[in-house]
Design a protein around this ligand. Structure first.
Ligand SMILES: NC(=O)c1ccc[n+]([C@@H]2O[C@H](COP(=O)([O-])OP(=O)(O)OC[C@H]3O[C@@H](n4cnc5c(N)ncnc54)[C@H](OP(=O)(O)O)[C@@H]3O)[C@@H](O)[C@H]2O)c1
Length: 267
């Protein structure tokens, strides 16, 4: 199967690291014109430079905090002003938190995770939906298997991803008559800085955790960003022309593991 995005404008949020970086790189290899968003300017520019090397197409790099109205508005405005259109929106940016009900945390953590993972996605999608209707484009949201798997410590992050999954279903129905598809890719454990940042693990502890954990994944190994990126590209392509409102897990079958294991509880 061939994938060609050379006439497509693709916006990837959270492109400065991890899964978003892998998604950006794969779209760049397939010729897309990219709008890339993140807060860390140095990382974002490094990813943009790497993308440009693939097919010589220079991405637009937008430094913005998608947890703020200004950041979301800047992202939408700059993208449309620069390219004059949008074909594919990948809502990937998110933060994780590691907490539970009896853990001593204030409501700031709750507000932050909902502000970025839910409100930011909702507002950016709302601003860009008219442009996607014009191009009969599509949206891919990046969720998580903790939207449906229950594990101590994924509160309230798991709630944000459950909201995102339902957001996908709700807007897929609204936008289908306009020719716009909306889907979600739901990663399982995926190698990035994400878990380390939440749990405070060192690189060594993280690698040991990944190794000890892999036997709980039916296919025997965690995902890497490229595994998620390939599914995103497939859903965003015309090969998925009649696919909408779906949530597709890319997790090596991990969702069938009923363990309540969480890394920081091992410490
Ligand atoms: N890694 C996993 O095991 C895993 C599993 C399931 C689902 N996921 C999901 O996969 C997606 C990507 O995760 P990842 O593992 O790649 O995490 P990551 O390495 O921490 O990357 C997160 C990305 O989101 C960006 N971001 C975070 N908050 C932002 C904000 N307020 N405004 C703009 N950009 C923001 C970060 O940019 P800056 O650093 O530049 O701000 C970074 O580019 C997330 O939706 C996550 O929930 C990850």
């Amino acid at each position: 199967m061939d994938y060609d995005f050379s006439n497509k404008v693709v916006l990837v949020t959270g492109a400065s690291a991890g899964i978003g970086e892998a998604i950006a790189l794969l779209f760049a290899k397939l010729g897309a014109k990219l709008s890339l968003v993140g807060r860390n300017e140095a990382n974002l520019r490094a990813v943009a430079a790497e993308c440009e090397k693939q097919k010589g197409v220079k991405p637009l790099a937008i430094v913005a905090d998608l947890g703020t109205n200004e950041g979301v508005e800047k992202t939408a405005k700059d993208t449309l002003e620069h390219f004059g259109r949008l074909d594919i929106l990948v809502n990937n940016a998110a933060i994780g938190v590691f907490t539970w009900l009896l853990h001593e945390t204030d409501m700031q953590m709750f507000d932050d995770v909902f502000r970025i993972n839910v409100r930011g996605v909702y507002y950016l999608t709302k601003l860009l939906a008219p442009a996607l209707v014009e191009t009969k484009g599509n949206i891919v949201n990046i969720s998580s298997i903790v939207a449906t798997m229950v594990s101590v410590g994924s509160l309230p992050y798991g709630m944000t991803k459950a909201a995102l999954d339902h957001f996908t279903r709700l807007i897929s129905l609204e936008l289908a008559p306009k020719g716009v598809r909306v889907n979600t890719v739901s990663p399982g454990v995926t190698v990035s800085e994400f878990v380390k940042r939440i749990t405070g693990q060192s690189e060594e502890e993280y690698r040991a955790w990944l190794a000890s954990f892999s036997h709980k994944i039916p296919l025997g190994e965690p995902c890497v960003g490229a595994d998620i990126a390939r599914m995103v590209v497939h859903l965003a392509s015309d090969h998925s022309r009649l696919v909408t409102g779906t949530v597709i897990e890319v997790d090596g079958g991990y969702r069938f593991n009923n363990s309540v294991h969480t890394p920081a509880l091992d410490k």
